[in-house]
Design a protein. Structure first.
Lengths: 179, 253
């Protein structure tokens, strides 16, 4: 192109009209939009906005304070203990745990009772493991009562609990069938 | 309409028959329903003068086979129930080998019962008596100590959560006792010490039970240790109740 060339006004107008039709690359458009949206927006701080921010912060602090007050026992019966600390001596929870222990004690005593009963009702069992259970398992006084109260021939099998008095245990049945 | 009536009547009859048949079926199907009267029938047959010798033997043999079958089936079901309870335990991995070993031993017993059951249909009177003796001897020498160990193991395993709960409870109460304004109260301190001591006793007995389960000894003291541990644990809770009551009394409201 000639460096001394000077376009006419008409030519310049034509070139400018062609610029109108130039479109950006769609990928670049999307990238730019995301970059713009991701950039931090400058806020225009007004008095109203500042007041709203202060109120929000104060509200949050008040709520947290109220929560801490409640946790520390502010509304409980004591000024010294929190509900969390009180839960350690919660009677309902203590009773539930104590009852679970009582149930296990009963189970342990039931095992003892069954072993004793079978040994007593099996005449030739002396020196057998059944007799061992009788002699070694020294139950506490609480266990002795149900053991003594248990009627003869009350179980259908070892470890299966009580049954009507006319039933026999497995060992008793086998004993009868040997005769 | 007529068809509906017929259908309704049939349903009622079928339902009635089913309900009437159910208890009878259940009664005969339960091998563990072993009654003294069932065994007395053997003697009744022997004393029955109307029967010929051959008929008497036949009736006695039928009775003996039936009773022996039910007895062994009941014993087998008992062992299976014990095994199911054992296998259903959620336990510390350190005890899984012991759990498996016990389950295998129970399987051995269940298999033994199965073998004896197979002999019954072809057994004569003397053979049924011999089978009964063998099963009884097996139960006394093998099954009884095994069942006792398994029962103790199940009981001990179930107790472990109680010990954890008691330990947590003591820690909570200890923290509470330190935070109250009357933390130096003598009675409170005594109760705390008593609770701590009885929990220690309970845990010692619990450990002793664990050791006797792992190292099987004769005579087996496991159940005794378990009972001691539970008794001490119960005492611990009595002290907890005392502390709770004292704190409620002394606390300013």
């Amino acid at each position: 192109m000639n460096p001394d060339y000077r376009p006419t006004t008409m030519e310049i107008q034509d070139i400018l009209k062609q610029f109108k039709n130039i479109q950006p690359d769609p990928t670049y458009t999307e990238f730019s939009r995301r970059a713009v949206l991701a950039s931090a927006q400058l806020e225009q701080l007004s008095l109203r906005r500042i007041l709203a921010r202060v109120m929000e912060t104060a509200g949050s602090v008040a709520l947290v304070g109220l929560l801490i007050f409640a946790i520390m026992g502010g509304f409980s019966g004591s000024r010294y203990l929190s509900p969390v600390q009180f839960s350690g001596i919660d009677p309902a929870a203590l009773h539930a745990e104590a009852q679970a222990i009582d149930m296990q004690i009963n189970l342990a005593n039931l095992t003892y009772t069954e072993s004793t009963r079978v040994a007593e009702s099996t005449p030739h069992a002396s020196g057998s493991p059944f007799a061992r259970a009788t002699t070694t398992a020294s139950a506490p006084p609480a266990a002795a009562a149900p053991a003594a109260a248990a009627p003869e021939n009350t179980a259908t099998s070892t470890g299966t609990g009580n049954a009507p008095s006319s039933s026999v245990s497995i060992n008793e049945a086998l004993q009868k069938l040997t005769q | 309409m007529k068809k509906l009536l017929v259908l309704f009547s049939f349903s009622l009859l079928a339902g009635g028959y089913f309900l009437a048949a159910l208890p009878a079926h259940a009664a005969t199907a339960d091998p563990c329903a072993l009654q003294v009267s069932d065994f007395n029938k053997i003697q009744q047959v022997k004393n029955d003068a109307t029967l010929s010798y051959a008929d008497e033997l036949k009736a006695e043999l039928t009775l003996r086979r039936e009773l022996l079958t039910n007895t062994i089936l009941c014993a087998k079901a008992d062992a299976q129930t014990l095994k199911d309870n054992l296998s259903g335990l959620t336990i510390d991995p350190a005890f899984q080998n012991l759990q498996l070993q016990m389950a295998e031993n129970l399987d051995t017993t269940i298999n033994f019962y199965g073998l004896q059951l197979d002999k019954v249909p072809t057994a004569g009177i003397n053979a049924t008596q011999a089978i009964a003796k063998d099963v009884l001897a097996w139960r006394e020498s093998n099954y009884a100590p095994l069942a006792e160990s398994v029962s103790d193991f199940i009981l001990w395993s179930q107790n472990q959560s109680l010990f954890s709960a008691a330990d947590n409870r003591l820690q909570q109460i200890d923290a509470l006792a330190k935070s109250v304004p009357f933390s130096d109260n003598t009675e409170l301190q005594n109760d705390l010490q008593a609770a701590s001591a009885s929990l220690k006793n309970a845990e010692d007995a619990n450990d002793a039970a664990k050791n006797s389960l792992v190292h099987l000894t004769y005579p087996d003291p496991t159940l005794n240790y378990i009972q001691t541990s539970l008794s001490a644990l119960s005492d611990t809770y009595q002290h907890f109740f005392d502390i709770a009551s004292l704190v409620q009394t002394l606390l300013p409201h």
